[in-house]
Each structure stands twice: as structure tokens, then as C-alpha cells.
Design a protein around this ligand. Structure first.
Ligand code: SAM
Length: 338
């Protein structure tokens, strides 16, 4: 099933909670938040029913995210419910790692195939300043556990000028030690990033330049078939890393992702103003066929290129003002699922 720009519906990111146990300054910098009403949050049976609809329409890859997905009680049960569904080729989880060491065995036993851990700094004082909780040690334990159970895995790091942009090589070296591929993410002006400014973005070009000065020649890795957001590179010793340049070089043209919030709103773009309310349809008694028709119709009409549209703006500021975020938490990155 293709949209108006011939993009297939392939990747679905399932946000299982809007709660988080960190308050990263690029995502949740405020003191208080409007949370999704508890009764609106989908039960596992409801999520599973919607996953069936998406798998029936061509989705092959699922990623559990949030908020912090490991805060959702009994998440291995959801993993078990979806892991063996026909048509599913990949089942991954993105986590800040704090609760990972405790849960990884149960997640693996339930059928989770891989994890990505987010980690932006290796310095305890910086971690505390950036995320407002002193949790670096538990994240590192989670990272060790990820390697023990899954072997090689990915670590995502958002790079912000003046915050952690002097740690690019340190993170690459850390990745070598723990057998993880580091992916540097450009700071995005998504909803929730109320402290975003263009001057704090470290572009892919600048990251490559800085790493080149430290490591010498950097070779791009050609992966023409890949729809992954990261472009990958290799250092001369064979170490690989990725850069996700959604801010300065968006990949909208090949974007096959969509996002389902914990309360069942379906978003076709991180920058979309509105989502399709699948919870209302499901709880209103829509049949699987009716849900499929609803989802298929929305995808076929999709023509958004949110990150490109943002880039085309000359004077770029935080995407959503704080007042609007208070009125509609669905505009938040931590609700949409990064
Ligand atoms: N709590 C989980 C975690 O930390 O990975 C999953 C949710 S989090 C919203 C998913 C990803 O979004 C993280 O890697 C985070 O760094 C990224 N993210 C959040 N805000 C961002 C921003 N303004 N720019 C770029 N990436 C961002």
C-alpha cells in the first residue's frame, strides 16, 4: 500500500505510555505536563487488535517506544502478544535504559528481537543536568545487559551544541567498548523541544567534520535499499556509526514510518498537526475490515513531508509553543513516540 509519494506503510512505532522517568531538556524541559487520561490509554488487547490491522496492510516492522516504554506495567506481556503475529519481520524497543537490566530477560523470552538505547553523555554531571535524574549508572547497566542478551545493538545520542557536542569521539569509543553502533541524532524542533534553536543544532556535516579531524578519512556506507533514517559511515579501523540528519537533511521522501500514541491516535508524520483517532473507532465497535479501510484511506492520501517543510522555513523556531502543548499533549514528542 503506497501513499501519494509512493511511500509504503512499513514501520509502525507504538508508543505504549506518555510517561517518562527522565526529563531531557530537548524533549521534556518543562516542570509539569498534561498527561493522557488513564482511561484513554489502550489496553494490550486493543493494541494487539490494531497491530493486526496494520500488519494486514503491509506493516512488517514494529518498535515499542514512549515516553519510556519500560514504565508501562507488564510490557513483556504485550511483547508476547504481538511477537509471533504473521507478517511481523522485526520487533524492537527504544528505551532510555534505566529499567532495562531488570526487564531484559523477560523481554527477550517474550520475543523482543532487539533494543536501541538512548544515551547522550558519558559524564555523570552532564547527564544529571541534561536529563534531571542521576541515572547514568543504571543506563550503563542496561547497556551491558543489552549486549549480554542481544549482542551488537544501537545507541542513539542527540547532539546539542554547548551540551554534549564535545563528546562525539568519546561516544564512538564507548560504542566500541560495549559493542554498540552509535547513531548521532541532529537536535530536532519537534513538539516538546521548547528550548530548540537553530544555533544549537550540530549538523551532520559538522559532526562528520569533527570526527574526521579526530579519526581521519570517513567512508560513507552505501545502503541503497535501506529505509533506515540513519546514514552510516565507517572509520578507517572499521568502526561504524550513523547520523540521523532529520533537521538539516530530512529523509521525508523515503519515510515509511507512522506512529500510534498510547491512547490510539495515529500520526503519519512527527510534525503532523492531527492524528486519526483509532481508539474512538475501535471502542465505537468498528470491525477489523472497517479499521483497515480507515487506515488504508488515510495512508493512501498521505502527502506530508513535515521535516522538509520545516527546513524550507527561513526563520525556524520551536515547532509548538508551550501554550499549545498544555492544551494538547498529542503535540508532544514524548506522547507521539520518538
Ligand atoms: N524513552 C525512550 C528513549 O529514551 O529512547 C523512548 C522515547 S524517546 C522520545 C525516543 C527518542 O527520541 C530518543 O532517542 C530521544 O533522544 C529522541 N528525541 C527526543 N526529543 C528529541 C529532539 N528534540 N531531537 C532529536 N531527538 C529527540
Amino acid at each position: 500500500m503506497l501513499d501519494l509519494l509512493n511511500r509504503p506503510l512499513r514501520n509502525l512505532r507504538l508508543s505504549v505510555t506518555d510517561r517518562c522517568n527522565l526529563r531531557c531538556e530537548y524533549c521534556m524541559p518543562e516542570d509539569d505536563y498534561a498527561w493522557l487520561p488513564r482511561e484513554d490509554v489502550l489496553r494490550f488487547e486493543e493494541i494487539s487488535a490494531l497491530v493486526d490491522v496494520f500488519l494486514g496492510l503491509g506493516v512488517t516492522r514494529l518498535r515499542l517506544t514512549g515516553g519510556e516504554p519500560l514504565l508501562r506495567r507488564d510490557i513483556p506481556t504485550l511483547v508476547r502478544m504481538v511477537a509471533s503475529k504473521p507478517g511481523l519481520e522485526d520487533l524492537a524497543l527504544t528505551t532510555n535504559g534505566i529499567l532495562l537490566a531488570d526487564q531484559i530477560e523477560a523481554l527477550d523470552a517474550a520475543g523482543l528481537r532487539r533494543v536501541t538505547v538512548s544515551l547522550d553523555t558519558l559524564r555523570r554531571d552532564r547527564f544529571l543536568a541534561l536529563a534531571r535524574f542521576d541515572e547514568l549508572e543504571r543506563v550503563k547497566q542496561g547497556i551491558d545487559a543489552a549486549h549480554r542478551v542481544y549482542g551488537r545493538f544501537k545507541i542513539d545520542a542527540v547532539v546539542i551544541r554547548g551540551v554534549n557536542d564535545d563528546e562525539l569521539a568519546d561516544l564512538v569509543e564507548y560504542g566500541k567498548r560495549v559493542d554498540a553502533e552509535i547513531r548521532f541524532i541532529e537536535y530536532m524542533d519537534v513538539g516538546g523541544a521548547t528550548k530548540w534553536s537553530a544555533s544549537r543544532v550540530v549538523s551532520r556535516e559538522e559532526m562528520l567534520d569533527r570526527l574526521g579531524k579526530r579519526y581521519g578519512a570517513i567512508q560513507p556506507i552505501s545502503e541503497p535499499e535501506s529505509s533506515a533514517p540513519a546514514d552510516r559511515f565507517a572509520l578507517s579501523d572499521g568502526t561504524t556509526f550513523g547520523i540521523i540528519s532529520s533537521t538539516t537533511e530530512p529523509f521525508c521522501r523515503s519515510c515509511d514510518r507512522s506512529r500510534l500514541t498510547a491512547d490510539g491516535l495515529w500520526y503519519l508524520c512527527l510534525y503532523a498537526a492531527r492524528g486519526l483517532d483509532l481508539r474512538a473507532a475501535l471502542r465505537g465497535g468498528a470491525s477489523p475490515d472497517q479499521l483497515r479501510t480507515l487506515v488504508a484511506g488515510a495512508w493512501r492520501a498521505r502527502d506530508d513531508r513535515g521535516a522538509e517543510t520545516r527546513l524550507a522555513l527561513g526563520d525556524r523556531r520551536a515547532f509548538v509553543p508551550i501554550k499549545s502543548l498544555r492544551q494538547d499533549p498529542h503535540l508532544e514528542m514524548h506522547t507521539r513516540g520518538g
